[in-house]
Design a protein around this ligand. Structure first.
Ligand code: ATP
Ligand code: MG
Length: 225
């Protein structure tokens, strides 16, 4: 492979998005600038393998992503996991993206530090490094992703071998690096928004108004007795 020519880069951002919020959106926007991502593709999960069933239905979570990103030309939503019956695995989706985009694109899988620390529980997790790069972002409440980032065992050895320090390096090969850029750390979580909505409190200013409206109109996250 010729590694001198710079590849174009695409961000793949998987999550439950139950619901999508400004923590997700701001981080993706900053990464698009830092890395020069042509596009960030949000991939709402179907039935996740490693966590409790999401509170909102698949289509509702996907629709909230669509509403949240509709005016952003660099952002797109992909419904392959929503439409896939049964349990979702990220490796399956990433292999499909790789087949669709071909080998001359740097696929950058975007993930928060909290999720990366459990990456060794993901289905075929080591295979992910052959299909994509990892872009890991810090999250309030978790160890910052920097030289003191604490990961252990098998994750640590991947981290040590694969880490790169320049966004430009991501475009030197299609997959296999770990990059840890500095992004704003917004202390927002979907759990917090579900709790607020469930308790009849306002989640306003934590997420786009259009998503808050959708939650209200569809009575999402209200505990049904
Ligand atoms: P929940 O509270 O339900 O777990 P969440 O806010 O963590 O929701 P997810 O859909 O679980 O949202 O997150 C998808 C991805 O986005 C994960 O990789 C997660 O680490 C990351 N992420 C979520 N919120 C933030 C945030 N505020 N800043 C940076 N990354 C985030
Ligand atoms: Mg989460």
């Amino acid at each position: 492979m010729d590694t001198t020519e710079s590849l174009s880069a695409i961000g793949i951002y998987g999550g439950t998005f139950d619901p999508i919020h400004y923590g997700h959106l701001r981080m993706a926007e900053e990464l698009a600038d830092i890395i020069g991502l042509q596009r960030v593709i949000f991939v709402p999960s179907g039935s996740p393998r490693l966590r409790a069933a999401p509170a909102a239905a698949r289509m509702a979570r996907s629709e909230m992503v669509r509403l949240a990103i509709q005016d952003n030309d660099r952002f797109a939503v992909d419904e392959r996991e929503i439409n896939r019956p049964g349990i979702s695995t990220t490796i399956e989706s990433l292999r499909e993206f790789r087949a669709e985009f071909g080998s001359r694109v740097a696929l950058c899988f975007i993930i928060g530090a909290d999720a990366f620390l459990k990456i060794d529980q993901w289905h075929e997790w080591r295979a992910l490094f052959h299909v994509c790069h990892f872009v890991i972002v810090s999250r309030p409440g978790y160890a910052p992703v920097d030289d003191r980032f604490i990961c252990s065992g098998d994750i640590e050895s991947e981290w040590t071998q694969r880490r790169i320090f320049s966004a430009d390096d991501l475009k030197l090969q299609p997959a296999g690096y770990i990059f840890t850029p500095r992004t704003s750390r917004l202390e927002i979580s979907a759990s917090q928004i579900r709790d607020l909505a469930g308790n009849g409190k306002s989640p306003r200013y934590l997420l786009p108004e259009v998503v808050a409206d959708y939650i209200r109109l569809n009575s999402l996250y209200i505990e049904k007795a």
